[in-house]
Each structure stands twice: as structure tokens, then as C-alpha cells.
Write a protein that binds this ligand. Structure first.
Ligand code: GLV
Ligand code: MN
Ligand code: MN
Length: 439
């Protein structure tokens, strides 16, 4: 079948309105029933999930391992069971819903996202992809379509804290990181157990390269490009690498009234200069790298005490790991200078790393073809946000689908994507699963 024929077939296969005649149609190598994805049900599920951890600003505060996270996960597990999936929680706390394929030797097609949020987050980041994956499974069940590959719908645990669930599966999670503290106040170890996982057996969830046939994830763009350009679907080219450091600035704690201005070793003043310098260094290099100081604390933290110690975070992102390292090296040199000028010392300790990942060219082509077949405009784009897909790219071919984020706002209660765009994204996801199933 050439591409035009394929696009026409796909568009009718995924038509919104059920067409009563011709219950079967040729769909590539095999025949399949006409599929109608239930966009209204998908949007209702999203609304119902938004009640778990609802915050007064209209978004959700459903950080990983919180009561709201556990309750929301329980709701999603019910949706998965209703979709005919065989549901379990793995040792890392990931929710896995499985559906058998017709060919027992094939590796699974894995489709998923997350439902945990940042503090004071929104209703769409992660949830759109998670519930769309469930909707795809439910549509397959209701239409009696059996895929050749087994299908796994996964809700990854603690994505926002640093891809903990997916990195456990991809083998990128060191045991020492179980002691890290999550926003819920629990350590990762306590949190995994809280969700029903078994931290002591974490290594058993690890998969090897080749253990998955394809990984697909639908997500909101979290930036404003698609909306600004009036486009419907983003085909993700790659996901940025992320590195984070804890920054400790040490000065001398002293009296704020009696210490002359030229005799201070003010750790907070040095940190303020550090914030400005990071922005200058990151912007001073050509390219699309970004850098952020997202948190500062001063100690002891009183109006009449010159801060003797300050803590900050540094985060750098780029598609190229070497570029991140070059930016960091320049920041480190500048931090030393600030320390000399302010009589303080800087210590930058690496805390976290997600390696950049490119999507698979063949999966990108499938996503683009499916979207065009449905009549949707597309563009290729990088992802500046981190995703579980970058861990899964270590195991097999990965592809991601973006839908517009209104106003380009995300990690905020104001995050919004339209119900129509969500339904369109889910249809592209379903088409991509069916096409990937033919490979
Ligand atoms: C996750 O959403 C991230 O990009 O930090
Ligand atoms: Mn997300
Ligand atoms: Mn996020």
C-alpha cells in the first residue's frame, strides 16, 4: 500500500462517527474492525482523575507517593480493569496493565505516561497520555481487535521527581538513589513501598535493550509552539537531557547591625550573583540550552543575621550531553570567581541526570503518517521537558506525540489542552499502536 492509500484507509478506520455499514475493512496486512475511540469517555476520565489532589487554584497537587497519588492511581487501576487489562503494580511501584497479543514470541508494545504532578501542578501533564493509553486498550477490547504484540499500558511512578519508575525499568536507577527524599516527604524507598512496590526487589523490574517492541507516549507539548503555529500534532524528535546539582554556598554568619558592609561574607548575596550569572552564561552561548536556579534557602534565615550558608539548585537541559557539560564547566569557573569576590565558597554537587534520547525515525514516520491520514497538521519538534520515554528509549524504539498546550503553560494549575485536541491525540496514539503492531 502506498502512503496515500495508507492515509485514506487510516482516516476511515479511525473515524469519530461509527459508520454502520462495512464493519470490517482492510487495515494493512490484516483486517480489522472499524475503530471508534470514545473521546467523551476519555475526557470524562480526565475530569474524574482531576478530583484526586485537586488544589484551590484549579489544578492538582498530586506529588508522587502522596495520599492523593495513591488514590488517583487506584482510580486509574479501576479504569484499566474496565478496559479489560490485567493489572498489577511492579516492584518499582509502576502500574502495568497487560493485554495478550496473538503472537506469543513477540515483545510488547508499551504505551504509557504518569499521573503524579509537580507541587501546585495542572490536570494534563502525564494524565492525558496515561488515560489515552487506557482508552486505546478499551477501544481495542470493545471492537474485538487483537494486536499481534502484547500491549502494556503503564503508569510510571514518580515521573516528576526524576523518572524513578521508568529508570528502574531501564536500569538507570542506582540503589543509592532510594534514599533521596521526594516532595511528599517520603524517601524513594518509603514511597515505592507506599505504592505497593518492593524496593528490596527493585532490580528485578529491570529490562534489557530489545525487551520491548516499541514505546509510545502521548503528552501535552508544555510549550506554545503548536498553538502559536495553529498546528494539531507534534512529532517529537528527541527529549532533552537534564542534569541537576545542589549548590552549597558557605560564608560567615554574623550580626547584621554591627558588621560593616565591606567586611561581610554573605552567602545569600553570593547566591544572588550566582543566579544572575547562570542566566548570563546559558544565554551567552549559541543554541537551545536552558538553565534554571529554581530554589534558594538562606540560613539561619532571620532579618538581623547575615546568612552564613545558602542552598540552591542548578538545572541544565539540552539535547546534547556534551553541551550541558560545557555550560556547566563555564558556570563552575564563574562560581569560583563570585566566591573570591564575596569571600564565600561554592560547592556544586551532582544530584540527578536524565540522559537525552532521540526518538526512532521509523516510529516518527508512523506518527506523522497516522496524523496526516487523519487530516491533522503536524510538525517535528524537540521536547524541552523530561519524559519517561527517554528512559524507555534505552530499551527499544521510542516515539512521542504532542498536542497543543493552550498559552504554552505547564507545571501550573493554568495548564490546559482542549478536549478536542486530547481526542485527536488519542486517535493518533491508537493509529500509531496499530501501525507499530505491523512491524
Ligand atoms: C518533567 O516534567 C520535567 O521536564 O521536569
Ligand atoms: Mn509529564
Ligand atoms: Mn511534568
Amino acid at each position: 500500500m502506498d502512503r496515500r492509500q495508507f492515509n485514506k484507509t487510516l482516516a476511515s478506520a479511525l473515524a469519530v462517527a461509527a459508520v454502520p455499514e462495512a464493519p470490517f475493512l482492510a487495515f494493512g496486512r490484516y483486517r480489522t474492525r472499524k475503530l471508534t475511540l470514545n473521546g467523551a469517555r476519555l475526557n470524562r476520565h480526565l475530569k474524574e482523575l482531576s478530583a484526586f489532589g485537586a488544589n484551590p487554584q484549579g489544578g492538582v497537587s498530586r506529588v508522587a507517593y502522596s495520599d492523593a497519588d495513591r488514590a488517583g492511581r487506584s482510580y486509574v487501576m479501576d479504569c484499566m480493569r474496565a478496559a479489560g487489562l490485567d493489572v498489577r503494580v511492579d516492584f518499582a511501584g509502576n502500574i502495568v496493565g497487560s493485554r495478550a497479543g496473538t503472537d506469543t514470541v513477540l515483545k510488547p508494545i508499551v504505551v504509557g505516561s504518569h499521573i503524579d504532578s509537580v507541587p501546585d501542578g495542572g490536570n494534563y501533564d502525564g494524565t492525558v497520555g496515561s488515560l489515552s493509553a487506557v482508552e486505546v486498550a478499551q477501544t481495542l477490547q470493545e471492537t474485538g481487535v487483537r494486536t499481534r504484540h502484547p500491549l502494556e499500558v503503564v503508569v510510571w511512578a514518580n515521573e516528576e521527581g526524576g523518572l524513578y519508575g521508568s529508570r528502574a525499568v531501564s536500569g538507570q536507577l542506582a540503589t543509592s538513589q532510594l534514599a533521596n527524599r521526594a516532595w511528599s516527604g517520603k524517601t524513594i524507598e518509603e514511597g515505592v513501598a507506599f505504592l505497593g512496590g518492593q524496593p528490596a526487589r527493585l532490580s528485578e523490574v529491570r529490562r534489557q535493550r530489545g525487551d520491548i517492541a516499541t514505546y509510545l507516549e502521548l503528552h501535552i507539548e508544555q510549550g506554545g509552539n503548536l498553538e502559536r503555529e495553529g498546528l494539531t500534532i507534534g512529532v517529537v524528535e528527541g527529549i532533552v537531557g537534564i542534569r541537576r546539582w545542589d549548590v552549597t554556598v558557605t560564608g560567615v554568619q554574623n550580626h547584621a547591625g554591627t558588621t560593616p558592609m565591606d567586611q561581610r561574607h554573605d552567602a545569600l548575596l553570593a547566591t544572588a550573583r550566582f543566579v544572575d550569572m547562570v542566566n548570563r552564561v546559558v544565554r551567552g552561548m549559541p543554541g537551545r540550552q536552558v538553565g534554571t536556579v529554581g530554589k534558594i534557602e538562606a540560613f539561619p534565615g532571620a532579618p538581623n543575621v547575615i546568612p552564613g550558608r545558602a542552598l540552591a539548585t542548578l538545572e541544565l537541559r539540552d539535547l546534547d550531553s556534551a553541551k550541558i557539560q560545557r555550560v556547566f564547566d563555564a558556570i563552575e569557573v564563574e562560581a569560583k570567581r563570585i566566591g573570591e569576590a564575596t569571600g564565600t565558597t561554592f560547592e556544586l554537587q551532582g544530584r540527578h541526570q536524565d540522559i537525552p534520547a532521540l526518538s526512532d525515525p521509523a516510529i516518527r514516520e508512523i506518527i506523522g503518517d497516522v496524523a496526516k491520514g487523519l487530516g491533522y497538521s503536524t510538525r517535528a519538534m524537540p521536547s524541552g521537558a523530561g519524559h519517561d520515554a527517554q528512559a524507555m528509549a534505552q530499551l527499544g524504539p521510542m516515539g512521542m506525540i504532542f498536542i497543543p498546550s493552550i498559552g504554552g503553560i505547564s507545571h501550573s494549575p493554568k495548564e490546559f489542552s482542549t478536549p478536542e485536541d486530547i481526542e485527536r491525540g488519542a486517535r493518533v496514539l491508537m493509529g500509531a499502536v496499530l501501525q507499530a503492531d505491523k512491524r
